[in-house]
Design a protein around this ligand. Sequence first.
Ligand code: PMP
Length: 458
Amino acid sequence: AYEGILRRQSARESAARTYARSLPIVPVRARGLTIEGADGRRYLDCLSGAGSLALGHNHPVVLEAIRSVLDSGAPLHVLDLATPVKDAFTDELFATLPRELAESGRIQFCGPAGTDAVEAAFKLVRTATGRDGLLAFTGAYHGMTEGALAASGAAPSVRVTRLPYPQDYRCPFGVGGESGARLAARWTESLLDDPKSGVRRPAAMIVEPVQGEGGVLPAPEGWLRRMRELTAARSIPLIADEVQTGVGRTGAFWAVEHSGIVPDVMVLSKAIGGSLPLAVIVYRDDLDTWQPGDHAGTFRGNQLAMAAGAATLRHVRENGLAERAASLGARMLERLRRMAGEYECIGEIRGAGLMIGIEFVAPEGEAGPAPEGHDAGAPDAWHRPGQEPGDNAATGPLPASPVRAAAVQRECLRRGLIVELGGRHSCVVRLLPPLTITDEQTEAVLERLADAVAAVCR
Ligand code: PMP
């Protein structure tokens, strides 16, 4: 049956399906960090529904919240009408937001997916500002619909200006001696101030406080504050895409808290639905220039997702799981960095909280990047030599190695550990464990990972 399910689905489903190609398993049961396959094998799941399972699989408080809606006889589908469930979710969400947004912000329910909320944010800022262009960053990932793709650099767009996302390890400018963050900020400022650049009054800047699909790149706090200053001084709304970084993942409830900035718009999805589909934007009320009907849709009132989401938000807040993610993540980074010291093929260990990346590189004489990441935004805008920063894949100490990263992912799976890849060349092994992972489970994850790395890198 197990083989049959795999075979039939791979024959019938689109060739575009992503996770199922690198993870040929058939999950039938799950609890917390653990997934059990139809073949009886058990896996430690550090993909967590692409970071959407803050509390892991089937957490009792989430199940209880879903059950209570089902048992109450409340309608499951009511478009975007007012309901007690929605009221409770909104209260719970607003209790977590930065003060300025909590006090006077607005919320718009956008549909099931993160990409829906990204599109809504773009529409909102265009309506509010009367302007069209967007500022987005190299390596960004915002989703798979047209606007979100364009902002991810994966679809050419005349409306999106691409700015360098800061990184020291692979500085987009390929120069040593100066921090990537400082150079990136200066580049951005000069573009904004150059009357010939055509980007002086864009509708918004969109930024991930930690790039996830882009290869786990935490934005330096000072750089993010600088982006806030530059946009505020020019009345450019700043959109923070916290789809992946939200709900405690990075060691703060929202990742913008690390730098203390308050964005004008926050894009939220994944964990806010407590494992069910939910996506919203919250924003400064003066941006709410939409007329009735300007942004509508059928599935914006998912009662089960709101109930599961409210329970998740409350559990994370009441149990200090963001703080737990911060301390556990720091310990994991330290352990991984110690391990990395033993291997030439590990280029860098990066992370924030329980969002961790291990970049693999090709030691001297080995082939560099070949395959492009299937899920990474594949930014390709820096191709005018002398004018813009270059493809940074080769400007670190050694070229990126998608081959090593894919081999480590396979070896992890063989050892019962599910991890995902990311980064422009899919050279980064990513860990996104649930915030509820225990110390003992953390040890098991690190052990299996170390064994897998040893098998590939020797
Ligand atoms: N923004 C970010 C930062 C993401 O990580 C993702 C998904 N990986 C999205 C947007 C898109 O979300 P969805 O896949 O639910 O459309």
